[in-house]
Design a binder for this molecule. Structure first.
Ligand SMILES: Nc1ncnc2c1ncn2[C@@H]1O[C@H](COP(=O)(O)OP(=O)(O)OP(=O)(O)O)[C@@H](O)[C@H]1O
Ligand SMILES: [Mg+2]
Length: 462
């Protein structure tokens, strides 16, 4: 019978887990602090479930001692926090898995059975930790994002080339920076280059540098990004857009760790860690002959795929919180609330532009808002239209009262005319006083971005 030790200061949660795991056939013991846990670990458990936040020493602080005492014991960390840093730190300190509270029993069962069946692979990748204060926090509680954080923790310290894939705005650059910040050289430079933004000669010179006079306009010798990224990380964004000849040059860097500046006679060595990203399907490009297969395999030694936001809506609240925090700082604002209807609209929307679009929407709405609450009338039309459409979909027309249909229709016409009341009256075929009465009757509020002046009614003169 496998032995499991649960270390958590929450007595009730320990008991619940104990009952459950006993029923699964494990022998379970309990401790409520790191100190007690070290005592209890004398009876050599096969697996420890270790809470991070505990009074006294935290689970993260205790982790190395448990690893030292019981090198073969598997450790699952648990925490109520959904931040990337503690996940990465835990994985780098040798945790085998990481589960968020409230614990999903099925997830825990799967993790335990996987760890107790699999033989432990020795992870020298997972040595000392580093967390860089002052860097952007990356959040996400979805299964997909937790996998992303775990992979970052496992590969960051190794020199392996990483390919980050995902739709536009899903956080690829943030992942690249997180890899750098958790790498062996977090104090070294992080140098980003967009492979799609430049014409070929400029890209080559930007990446590898050039000698004086090597092309028209090369008035002096210049170092390239690979030189600047020495002892650090180079991030090649939109790598799928590289021309065939640049692909050949990049392949050489990956194979021989060397490159030749434009016009130079001899090659230079590089020790930069290479991280790449793309939002196109590289495998398809390989199929259609646009991307070299040998390069593709070298780039995706490790692949981190970021799921689109619409497939991980459970991340929305955390994202909204950190993004509003960042925007408040940037705009010197103090928005601390979001109305239920605004949140509903954000949750219903599909986010084709992913986290970047969410960030832009929040930025615009906060810029337009006056108080400390973000309300739905400040949200851009595409989200509000979505909301109206949703409303219609949830209730078939034949079940709606005339009033409901009228209210929805007036709201829709006002949206479509950007609250230009003259145009709205024309479409609706009613007088302005009547429209005014209806707006009041149905409690329709004019979004702030359509406020034209002191008195909007005076401004509908067109
Ligand atoms: N999980 C996350 N937590 C916090 N912020 C995030 C997260 N994912 C993305 N962001 C933020 O969203 C914005 C877009 O992210 P990023 O630039 O990394 O996306 P990208 O995939 O590189 O986009 P593109 O394909 O358009 O280049 C950034 O401001 C980033 O900080
Ligand atoms: Mg990007």
């Amino acid at each position: 019978m496998s032995k499991i030790l649960i270390i958590d200061d929450d007595v009730a949660s320990c008991r619940t887990l104990q009952v459950h795991l006993n029923s699964q056939g494990y022998e379970v013991s309990i401790a409520h602090s790191v100190g007690d846990g070290l005592q209890a670990a004398q009876n050599a458990p096969d697996l420890i479930i270790l809470d991070i936040r505990m009074p006294g020493r935290s689970g993260l602080e205790g982790l190395p001692e448990f690893k030292q005492l019981l090198p073969d014991c598997r450790i699952i960390m648990i925490t109520a926090f959904h931040d990337m840093e503690s996940t990465i730190e835990a994985m780098q300190n040798g945790a085998d898995d990481y589960i968020h509270k409230p614990i999903d029993i099925e997830e825990l069962d799967n993790a335990i059975s996987k760890l107790l069946i699999n033989h432990r692979q020795n992870g020298d990748l997972l040595s000392a930790s580093s967390s860089n204060p002052g860097t952007l926090t990356m959040v996400g509680r979805s299964r997909g994002m937790k996998e992303v954080f775990k992979t970052i923790g496992m590969v960051a310290k190794s020199p392996a080339t990483v390919l980050i894939t995902g739709e536009s705005g899903t956080g690829k650059e943030l992942v690249a920076r997180a890899i750098h910040n958790s790498s062996k050289t977090p104090d070294g430079p992080f140098v980003a280059i967009n492979c799609a933004a430049l014409v070929e000669t400029l890209l080559e010179s930007d990446m590898f540098g050039h000698e004086k006079g090597s092309f028209t306009g090369a008035v002096s010798k210049q170092d390239g990004k690979f030189t600047l990224a020495h002892d650090g990380t180079i991030f090649l964004d939109e790598v799928g857009e590289m021309s065939p000849s640049m692909q050949a040059k990049l392949l050489r860097v990956l194979q021989y760790k060397e490159f030749t500046p434009l016009g130079a006679k001899c090659a230079h060595k590089t020790n930069a860690r290479i991280v790449t990203a793309t939002n196109v399907n590289l495998a398809e490009r390989v199929q259609s002959g646009m991307f070299r297969e040998d390069l593709y395999y070298r780039l995706q030694v490790v692949n981190i795929n970021l799921p689109p936001l619409r497939e991980r809506k459970e991340d929305l609240i955390d994202l909204i919180q950190v993004l509003i925090g960042r925007i408040n700082k940037e705009l010197h604002r103090n928005v601390s609330h979001i109305s239920r209807t605004a949140l509903d609209a954000l949750e219903k929307y599909d986010w084709p532009g992913n986290v970047r679009e969410l960030e832009n929407v929040l930025m615009k709405s906060i810029a337009l808002s006056r108080g400390d609450t973000l309300s739905d009338d400040l949200l851009p039309t595409q989200l509000r239209q979505h909301k109206i459409a949703e409303k219609d979909n949830t209730k078939p027309l034949e079940r709606c009262s005339l009033e409901e249909i009228e209210a929805t229709h007036i709201a829709r016409v006002l949206e479509a005319t950007n609250w230009h009341k003259g145009k709205a009256c024309e479409t609706l075929g009613i007088s302005r006083p009547r429209l005014r009465r209806m707006i009041k009757h149905y409690h329709l509020t004019i979004p702030e971005q359509f406020h034209h002046g002191e008195d909007d009614d005076e401004n509908m003169s067109s």
